[in-house]
Design a binder for this molecule. Structure first.
Ligand SMILES: [Zn+2]
Length: 140
């Protein structure tokens, strides 16, 4: 996918899921990536930094368009929550909940997959008991 196509898709997805235009940046690098499909970068210590979604041309070319769009949506969830000041790391419940809501894939890393399983267990507990899962209570 070209950079223009990625911007067009990001704009559409952002309007569909959050009702706002996409105001971040997208960068396509030429490096060969094996361990990830996309990255969200935002150096908040730098007042001039803009939220950036980075993808690899090479990596995207190896993958199905639908998979690339899934990654784009996943990175958009990082962008959306980060710009709203909501916890947005791959292991945060807020992030996982938003990925589930919009249908974005969860990161394949071990820590993110463990967090996802925990998230699902908490939701099952809530469904079963009709009560909000409470970390403090659960420790007892
Ligand atoms: Zn992620």
């Amino acid at each position: 996918m070209t950079l223009d196509e990625l911007y067009a898709e990001a704009s559409m997805l952002s309007r569909r899921h959050w009702g706002v235009p996409f105001t971040g940046h997208i960068e396509l690098v030429n490096r060969v990536w094996h361990n990830y499909n996309g990255k969200f970068v935002w150096k908040r210590s730098d007042p001039n930094a803009v939220p950036l979604i980075r993808m690899s041309r090479h990596r995207n070319a190896e993958r199905m368009r639908s998979a690339v769009l899934g990654t784009l949506l996943h990175e958009l969830v990082h962008w959306r929550l980060a710009t709203e000041g909501i916890p947005h790391r791959d292991v945060n419940d807020e992030f996982i909940a938003e990925c589930v809501r919009v249908g974005a894939p969860i990161s394949g890393s071990t820590s993110a997959q463990n967090a996802y399983r925990e998230y699902q267990a908490k939701r099952r507990y809530e469904e079963r008991t009709g009560r909000k899962y409470d970390e403090a209570e659960a420790i007892v």
